[in-house]
Design a protein around this ligand. Structure first.
Ligand SMILES: Cc1cc2nc3c(=O)[nH]c(=O)nc-3n(C[C@H](O)[C@H](O)[C@H](O)COP(=O)(O)O)c2cc1C
Length: 396
């Protein structure tokens, strides 16, 4: 079935599950350990309920938002996803182009297999870069200079991967980094011929064994290379002192991604950072961590209007995005659904997923009796559950 027939992003997920080898699909869809945090991301959003207003003239409404001086057409964007190229040939470029077409933000992961310069050149739009930076300041400063030269306008430093997560589903399927080409991995590929020819063989023919072209910790390591296991943090991990130093090196918008504690939002303000991404990495890091919507109110309060607050993890419907915004986020990022769109239809598949979310945001805004995004946070549109909890916490 073609991706155009998907009525929502859950349909895209089901279709992608059929298209991709089990190990690849498991790598994308899975969380850490028992998937408690991944599953609770959805449950926490479901627990929130709307309290819509009626008899509002909603004939003229808009969903645009302005973030870091750029007016985006919708209040959501694409979260950074490493080694997206395993789902589609040059998936990073497909996602960047679709985001540009829809005028929504796209965040490139520095764990991607396409050089950041090629992604930057692929479309004329605002581009943000996410990075796992090593504590080695020389390497980090070289990396940020490269990012600035390539034209990236915001840097998101991921802080929730001080060590790799325990993703047992990947260990079971054999899909780990570095990739071990086992008989099981080979059989999985052979059973999915469209993926084998359209993704694997095409990539091997075009570039050879993929390399992490934008790694800050190592020089273009191959995804088969042994040293990859520790390439994110490069040994020693970064800390707040590092962020204060980085603030001086990178003068454009600087954010940390993976914040779940209000004290970290206060530290971010103290370091002079520009924003935080409230995220549990889609449930892929600490299993048992809270959902972003469970802590957004405290973090927004701690930010005190001095940080741009972005949320991700589990947002799948326009209504979910509006819940995040009603709790005080200025923007929501979605991850997996866009990579499923890319796997199925490249740029057009990603654009289809974005279009579905955009239509849902528009319809739900009208059903809520709201005409724009700006007043969502103050409009008191969430039900008793959100309000009954101490300190405005969003859900039990
Ligand atoms: C396949 C995949 C790869 C990811 N790679 C990265 C990465 O390189 N850097 C990062 O900060 N987050 C990464 N993430 C996490 C996403 O940026 C985001 O936090 C998460 O996917 C949001 O949750 P959602 O997928 O439920 O929307 C990845 C997520 C997935 C699914």
């Amino acid at each position: 079935m073609s991706f155009e027939r998907a009525l929502n992003v859950f349909d895209l997920e089901r279709m992608a599950k059929r298209r991709l080898p089990a190990g690849v699909f498991g790598f994308i869809s899975g969380g850490a350990q028992d998937d408690r945090t991944r599953n609770n991301n959805r449950a926490a959003l479901d627990r929130l309920r709307f309290k819509p207003r009626g008899l509002v003239d909603i004939a003229e409404r808009g969903q645009d938002v302005t973030v870091f001086g750029h007016r985006f057409a919708s209040p959501f964007g694409i979260a950074p996803m490493g080694i997206a190229g395993i789902a589609r040939f040059e998936a990073d470029i497909a996602m960047a182009r679709a985001a540009a077409r829809m005028n929504v933000p796209y965040v490139l992961s520095n764990m991607s297999t396409v050089p950041m310069e090629a992604v930057a050149r692929s479309c004329d739009s605002v581009k943000w870069l996410q990075a796992y930076l090593p504590a080695d300041r020389e390497r980090s400063v070289r990396f940020v200079a490269r990012a600035a030269a390539a034209g990236f306008q915001a840097l998101l430093v991921t802080i929730d991967v001080p060590v790799g997560a325990n993703r047992e589903n990947n260990l079971r399927s054999g899909f780990t980094l570095p990739l071990h080409v086992t008989p099981r991995v080979i059989a999985d590929g052979l059973l999915h011929p469209r993926w084998l020819t359209g993704v694997l063989l095409r990539t091997l023919a075009a570039t050879g064994v993929p390399r992490l072209e934008n790694s800050a910790a190592h020089d273009r390591p191959s995804i088969l290379a042994a040293q990859n296991a520790d390439l994110r943090a490069g040994g020693a991990t970064i800390d707040w002192a590092f962020m204060r130093w980085l603030r001086e090196e990178w003068r454009l918008p600087l954010l940390i991604k993976g914040v779940l504690h209000e004290a970290d939002a206060r530290e971010a303000v103290a370091c002079g950072l520009d924003g935080v991404v409230v995220s549990n990495h889609g449930g892929r890091q600490l299993d048992g961590a809270v959902a972003p919507v469970e802590v957004l109110p405290e973090i927004v309060a701690a930010a005190g209007g001095r940080l741009t607050v972005i949320a991700d993890s589990g947002f799948r419907r326009g209504g979910d995005i509006l819940k995040g915004l009603a709790l005080g986020a200025q923007l929501v990022l979605c991850g997996r659904p866009l990579l499923y769109g890319a796997a199925l239809g490249g740029e057009a598949g990603v654009a289809h997923a974005l279009q579905l979310l955009k239509a849902e945001v528009d319809r739900d805004l009208a059903l809520l009796g709201a005409t724009g995004i700006a007043d969502l946070a103050s409009a008191d549109l969430l039900g008793a559950l959100a309000k009954a909890l101490p300190d405005g916490a969003a859900a039990p």
